[in-house]
Design a protein around this ligand. Structure first.
Ligand code: CO
Ligand code: CO
Ligand code: CO
Length: 351
């Protein structure tokens, strides 16, 4: 690998180092001006807050399309490339699809940073795309003050096997495949308080490919990946699309090892505050759940895990198969209920 550059890539990122995402509330405000496309070939559009759009080609084939890119969240250019690619590919996996081709999106300050850094970012992305069994077939680069990298991904899926947000059923159990806290860990690293965040980095650069395959084999009702809108935000969107409510058991939710410690120190990314402002009115927290634990549930994730709603009958098998596939953090974290559209009740759980 290229000798670690003296340049701190995250210095080119916004204050807290998290992927600076426009909040869900602002995004909704802008998007409501644009009516949803009404074309029968558009099988999944924007109405269900899904991870990717799905377009019908023929009875056996639909294409899945998505795009994601953001500024550096780690200083190592290779790892940044891997994480950004992994995060972009994830939206295809969250639909149960298989990525085929990718276009790279690159913004780079060519006068300030060496092209070696850019090459290393691209190599990280390329290696991840190859691991996914997909190809990078082109891209577009512009000069910009702040580096940004990501992919537009096209994948494929059988039209009968699309896993959307919209079909979670009452009584389904919720399964999460990666621990929470990447935003907090990245913020702690940026503040100089966490020297080694390799656990978070390894989680962010691990593909949701195997998880998506297992999910398809076992059969789930609904799924999404947990990214910038946090566990609560992505669950809330699934509940709105499915017209359900849910309960979460905090003691059962996997956290990165030091996420609680840093959350207690207040190392919360700005995006978590934005998520809280948006989602708090939709959530009923049991009184014995401390604020710092709530913060982890509001923490924006980069390249987070899949969150699936699966029938109670199949849940045990799903978790066992995920473990067999090496996805050891996978576990049941809550349950889908019927009334109270979009509401989330958070209790202490077993632990
Ligand atoms: Co930020
Ligand atoms: Co997503
Ligand atoms: Co995304």
């Amino acid at each position: 690998m290229v000798k670690k550059s003296l340049v701190k890539l995250t210095e080119f990122s916004p204050h807290c180092g998290c992927a600076a995402k426009v909040g869900a509330a602002s995004l909704h405000e802008v998007m409501k001006k644009f009516p949803a496309c009404a074309d029968p070939r558009l099988l999944v559009g924007t109405e269900t807050f899904d991870d990717a759009a799905v377009y019908w080609i023929d009875k056996d084939t639909a294409i899945v399309q998505t795009v994601d890119f953001f500024p550096p969240i780690v200083d190592d250019p290779y790892l940044y490339g891997q994480i950004a690619a992994c995060n972009a590919l994830s939206d295809v996996y969250a639909m149960g699809g298989k990525p085929l081709t990718c276009l790279a999106i690159v913004c780079f300050p060519v006068k300030k940073l060496s092209l070696e850094i850019l090459k290393t970012i691209l190599q990280g992305g390329l290696d991840k795309v190859h691991e996914a069994g997909a190809l990078i077939v082109g891209g577009h680069t512009i000069e910009d003050e702040q580096p940004k990298y990501g992919l537009a991904v096209t994948g494929i899926i059988h039209p009968d096997r699309i896993i959307t947000n919209a079909r979670a059923q009452e009584g389904d159990l919720l399964v999460l495949t990666k621990p929470l806290g990447t935003g907090i860990m990245v913020t702690a690293a940026k503040a100089g308080l966490a020297r080694d965040i390799s656990e978070a980095i390894d989680s962010m650069r691990s593909l949701n490919k195997a998880a998506a395959e297992v999910m398809q084999e076992v059969g789930v009702h609904a799924a999404t990946d947990v990214t910038g809108f946090s566990l609560l935000g992505h669950l809330h969107q699934m509940l709105l699309a499915s017209k359900k409510s849910a309960e979460l058991w905090v003691g059962d939710i996997p956290f990165l090892s030091r996420a609680e410690e840093f959350a207690q120190l207040g190392l919360i990314p700005e995006g978590a505050h934005r998520n809280r402002a948006w989602l708090r009115p939709q959530c009923d927290f049991a009184e014995d759940i401390p604020i710092y634990k709530q913060d982890i549930l509001f923490d924006p994730q980069t390249s987070g895990g899949l969150l699936a709603a699966v029938s109670e009958k199949k849940a045990e098998n799903l978790v066992a198969r995920l473990h067999d596939a090496g996805i050891t953090p996978a576990c049941v974290i809550g349950k889908i209920n019927k009334e109270k559209l979009g509401r989330i009740t958070i209790t202490r759980g077993e632990g």
